[in-house]
Design a protein around this ligand. Sequence first.
Ligand SMILES: O=C(O)CCC(=O)c1ccccc1C(=O)O
Ligand SMILES: [Mg+2]
Length: 373
Amino acid sequence: MSKAIRLEKIIVRKLKMRMKQPFVTSYGAVQNKTFLLIEAIDQSGQNGWGESVAMDYPWYTEETVKTTEHMVEDVLIPILFKMDIGHPDEVNRAFDPIRRNNMAKAALEGAVWDLYAKKQRLSLAKALGGNKTSIAVGVSLGLQDSFSKLVKQIEEKLEQGYKRFKFKIKPGQDIDYIRAIRQAFPTLAMMVDANSAYTLEDAAHLQQLDQFQLLMIEQPLAHDDIIDHARLQKQLKTPICLDESIHSLDDVRHAIELGSCQVINIKIGRVGGLTAAKQIHDLCKQHGVAVWCGGMLEAGVGRAHNIALTALPQFTLPGDTAGSSHYWYQDIIDPEVTVKNGEIQVPDAPGIGYEVNRQVVETYTIAEKVFQR
Ligand SMILES: O=C(O)CCC(=O)c1ccccc1C(=O)O
Ligand SMILES: [Mg+2]
């Protein structure tokens, strides 16, 4: 038995990174990514890293950079400073009485998981119970204003071997848009993501997507719905995948029971951390429901957590964890995440398995606060 983790110091940095190109969804565009980078340091001086995935504006979930700052600093860090942590699952339990704010919780819990794995001399993947040595990945392409630009992007990603393509859709840019892509790429492994842009009244309209051999349609209906999705699934051949609607293990249980989806997109931030993500993984495995790891335009630390999680066996479908260079001119980890033949090697060094490049972090840092036990 190793000694419990006693966090002595937590550094909360706010970083701002400009994306190579704006990421456009049915809600709008993201060009600058602002996020919290968490460094948690224990009594022996060892550190662990976490990254918050909340955005500037609450278009995806209700959380924002500012709300996560408040929660992390005023509510969650004080809880951690009262604990001796034998296992990261205890952090999940300690945060449980706090309602929602899952991205704030996940950022801190992720740092504890990294630190815990390092102390066990295990890769984060192994500490979570995963044993894949490489993971298959796909890519999520935002809405494009020109079709030729989109075709160029698909061709470039195909060359890099990406195994699955996700296209954002919205009313007015859906059926004809996807038909055109399908005609240009008859055998492409592809899916669509509506980010809640439709209602049940659009069922007949969405049925037109059934002709394009889509792997799935992600979150067509409301961000907080599982009832209408079950009704819609009965009218669609294309499998439904839930993203925004899933915040907890109970949400997944309800969705499976009701038949609201056939696939679950697991995002660590949306479900409140790695412990919850693993529990959801286990439940889906038990029910034979396929899962994949979603993305939130993460920088390197968040990306590394996604890679470790995807090493678990029920992540049978390629996720959205693309290589660093798809998003960033320079990522904050060393080495950057690289994709070869559509696969990412799961690092076996202790913890997240990538070094945080402090010099690069410094150049992106716009604020920094230090908290002491
Ligand atoms: O490349 C990625 O990180 C995934 C991009 C993506 O689709 C996305 C990005 C930000 C917020 C929500 C979503 C989504 O999956 O709906
Ligand atoms: Mg989505």
